[in-house]
Design a protein. Sequence first.
Length: 784
Amino acid sequence: MKEVVLTLAVLLLFPLFALNAADVPRAVLDLALEPPVVNTKPGAEYDDRVRTGNMIIGIERTPKGRLWACWVGNGDNPNGFFMLATSEDGGGTWSKPRVVIDPTDPPNAPQRRALVGNLWMDPLGRLWCFFDQSLGYFDGRCGDWFTRCDDPDAAEPTWTKPVRIADGCTLCKPTVLSNGDWLLPVSLWPRERISIGTSPGLPADYLKEAHHDLDPLRMANVFASADRGQTWTRRGGVAFPQSEFDEHQIVERKDGRLWMLARTKNGLTESYSSDRGATWSEPQPSSIKNCSARFFIRRLASGNLLLVKNGPIDVRLPRRSSMTAFLSTDDGQTWPHQLLLDDRALVSYPDGIQAPDGMIHILYDWNRHTDAEILLAKFREEDVTAGRFTSPGAKPRMLVNKAYSPHLPKEIVPDPKWTAQSVEDAKQDFSSIPYDGISPSKLVCDTTLRELPDGSWALFMLAGDDFEPSPKNYIGLTRSTDRGRTWSPLERVDIGLPREEKTMGQGPTELLVRGQRSTLFFSTHSQTWGRDWRSWLIHSDDNCRTWSPPEPVPGRLANFTFLRNHIVTRDDRILVPFQHYLGPPEGTPAPPPEEKPWHGALRHYVSNPRNGVLMSSDGGRTWTEHGDIRLTPDDRYHGWAENNLVELGRNHIAMIIRADRLGGVLFIAHSKDGGRTWPEYASATKIPNPGSKATLYSLGGDAVALLHNPNSKHRSPLALWISFDGMKTWPYQRILHKESCDGPQGRINYPDGFVSADKQWLHFAFDDNRHRAVHYSAKLPPLK
């Protein structure tokens, strides 16, 4: 750790004025001007096993090929500290942290931190580590510092004493101009960012009125050095409207102009300078779209420009996902080539370098405070042109570092009060086993439990064969007349279509019960969902004993579509969520012939999912389609959506969506006009999900129940969560089914059911490891 020399008087007097927000002594304000120690022998307190997060800073490569990576060792944290590690094999393996910059806090003083910075190898072969230092999250001034290593290839590198060069902070690398000047981007954040953070005994607005003298410089500043870094002076700057940390980067165009891109609340904004950064044009929105996050832009050795950001070049995603590299051969006018680096949610903040052999290295973080990984992608220009990792040594998602002691996001932290209640509720739960399959026809999947008009229960399931999808799959039904205590033998449902050729495989997807009528939505195929997949509906007016002739689901949804759990809105409209698959882009080669289970055809044809709702305002006689929600910009993406709906406020419909391999969380989309219009892309939640169906149940008002697997990597356990504020937080959490009957490797799948009319119970069914149907009745807590 580091040492800080402070006068005894400051330490003794500090508690006397600690709560006086209007009069902060200069000695306290200047605590952040004390240089921290560059710790080259970090101890066990920085071990991966005890750290709570990771946030990427930057990457560099030395003249001899050593890679240096830097990150904040406890994530986006108002008490952050820098960590540096090295790789001698091109990023395949990494050292333990070799350097730590941790501005520890003197007794009775506000906490200090290092949170923003970057690594940069200058033209002389020296490695610079830029870092900021502030009291709390942002004290209104901050400070841009550097420490430099003049022999970064040494066995025991040494670092200079930290030097403060500016007010503000530097997140992105300097730019070397054609005339030899070095330009350093330095951001001084606006006053509304001032926050002391979590310093004990201090109010959040403690520094609210500090450093008004710097207000004219609160912008994306440009500092310059004409003497190879010996001195740095402010040359100019741009005050971007709706500034959001700036995080600006500068490119020298081939016509000599400087092009500055910056992050704002509205996306990327740009400005130009024709006098090497002294004056700048009026900021304008960029044609390059991005979510609110750092991006990376750099000129490559070829003269082409590389851009790395979240999502397509012309799309502003509602989340930090789909990290993509783009290549421009016309100085940034167009970006025709792209390479998807990481499609998952919560990937962010790319930084990069290019090696002499052309290999590009992009460092970024994933899920800073849960998975807490620092990752590296390696590729060449030809990989971006091809749109695939094809060149020798090119590789995505290489692990650089992982913190193993993360904390839960505040949105999903259980409340002890509700935890105590859940213990009492669990005492009243009851369950049964309606069906347990035996090989070679053991399959249980897509369990759907509903209360019929006569008060009995019907449990539909996908049955037949030992796996799904299969041409031997059929729709099975078992019934209970005593609230799930006993069940009838499983029977096949005759849906009015032959079990041959194109309708050989059959499976249920939803049972809608309204008044005296039950409507079964189901799908058929000839071999697998990738072959002749069609969707239908049939009606029963006698409690699912006889059925009307099958009708195709309306419009395009008759093909390659699942329909899932319906809701009836407060204005008496029926909404049924759909997951529809457009299939591969035109010209994509078809999969070769294969043996069962035909997963190649399934992944090929069941791709590019779109989500929305079927809506009926006349009790199900006619339907209209609404929404075309995407999970990812990748047209080749394959994954089951298993979307589910709940009505929150008036006209507010929320849709959760399973997002296989996209970050281990549920996605969500909102409609504010009763389900009529939806966003183009779904957003990511903080709710963990391993890639499995989760179901929502309205409990009235803002209360919502969620059945799901609260595990980002495995379908176990099965839990009930309840939100009382419209899905903002989930204070009630309890495990209903801890483990599969087949042990910890078994999976607990697809809970689906209904809330009792008195809102005392959530009755549902699930399949245990695809062979056992389990009914479970969970006692709900008092809702008032």
